[in-house]
Write a protein that binds this ligand. Structure first.
Ligand code: KG4
Ligand code: ZN
Length: 344
């Protein structure tokens, strides 16, 4: 089954053709990052206008790269939320129109479900449930237990900022631009993660929720206190490395606390824009190896196969759409317009 998937929830206009939820035939992404770098963040109105200009060429390119005509597509999938309302309107409008004109099933997908399904893309070995899935982005931060397809038991979520948002804010504070994740990670590589003891960004009472606003404030006070060192590259690298370590410790410690609490997990997944971070992947992978040795278990570790499947992209929407469709095929053959939903 070939699904044409569309994603326009934030600042990436993306279209993909995905076969049977795993095989990526194309995944075209037009990023607006350079444009939003000027303002240090996404301006919704600017993002929306750019989606209008890019969406049809991106869809045409996705079909062309996949070598499939629109008429041969089996279903259309689209992100309907959460995200920027004015940006979601563009993707959902085009998806409604295509599905109606081409008489194809229309599958509305939640953006976060797309992220969670990114590890299915290009996967050679079948995923084994139960899966413990940590999904970390600029807009959300969740820990799910999945006992089967499309079953998302929320074990923990963020009480305030998402980890990616903290990366973006810290990057702005130290003058590194947008998006913050990749630039903070690059700076952190040259720094000492133990230089500054920032507070571990989480609750300490055994809850699996996350909190990053305290850490963000701690970095702000630290920079204010060290005003005279802001031009010192090593100081900034040490700050980036210490901040990144605090975020990773908070995320990884919840994964292992959840593993202790919920027995029988067979795979641990880390997804979302922040899963592009090599240090985060390495920390969870290393921890899991130690866990498997200690428990005599064989819990597998997966992240999206490509970095382009970590940050926003339409292929992940095509993956989630397929498994969603398989659970309730008939319902998608009765046409229903899909409206954007900015928040859930
Ligand atoms: O999933 P995504 O593309 O969009 C949302 O759904 O929010 O995630 C974007 C977030 C941004 O906050 C960005 O700074 C962060 O992911 N990010 C990273 C890295 N690459 C992107 N964070 C840490 N390290 C990275 N290498
Ligand atoms: Zn996202």
């Amino acid at each position: 089954m070939n699904i044409l998937a569309i994603e326009s929830s934030c600042d990436e206009t993306s279209a993909a053709v995905v076969k049977n939820g795993t095989q990526v035939l194309s995944n075209v992404i037009a990023s607006q990052a350079a444009m939003h770098n000027v303002t240090g963040g996404v301006v919704p109105e600017v993002a929306a206008r750019e989606h209008v200009v890019k969406i049809m060429p991106v869809i045409e390119k996705a079909l062309e790269e996949a070598g499939i005509e629109l008429a041969k597509i089996d279903a259309i999938a689209v992100t309907y939320g959460p995200g920027l309302g004015v940006a979601l309107v563009i993707g959902t409008s085009v998806a409604n129109m295509l599905a109606l004109v081409m008489q194809k099933p229309l599958i509305p997908v939640k953006h976060i479900h797309g992220h969670v399904y990114a590890p299915w893309l290009d996967s050679k070995k079948a995923v084994q449930f139960p899966v413990l899935s940590l999904s970390v982005s600029g807009g959300h931060n969740e820990l799910f237990l999945m006992k089967d397809h499309m079953e998302f038991q929320v074990l923990g979520e963020t009480a305030d900022d998402a980890a990616g948002e903290a990366f973006d804010k810290v990057a702005r504070m130290i003058g590194l631009g947008y998006p913050g994740g990749p630039v903070v990670e690059a700076a952190a590589r040259k720094g000492d993660p133990d230089a500054f003891p920032f507070p571990k960004a989480s609750f300490s009472d055994g809850r699996l929720d996350f909190s990053f606003s305290g850490l963000k404030t701690a970095v702000m006070y630290h920079l204010e206190k060290n005003k005279t060192r802001l031009a010192d590259k090593q100081f900034l690298a040490d700050t980036a490395a210490s901040f990144q370590k605090a975020v990773i410790d908070a995320l990884a410690s919840k994964v292992f606390l959840a593993l202790r609490t919920y027995e029988g997990v067979r795979e641990v997944h880390v997804t979302g824009g922040v899963s592009a971070n090599a240090a985060l992947r390495a920390a969870v992978e290393k921890g899991l190896k130690a866990w498997n040795t200690e428990m005599g278990s064989n819990v597998a570790f997966r992240t999206p196969a490509k970095l382009s499947y970590c940050t926003d992209n339409a292929a992940m929407i095509g993956a989630a759409a397929y498994f969603q469709y398989m659970l309730d095929k008939e319902s998608y053959h009765v046409f229903k317009y899909v409206g954007p939903k900015a928040a859930f």
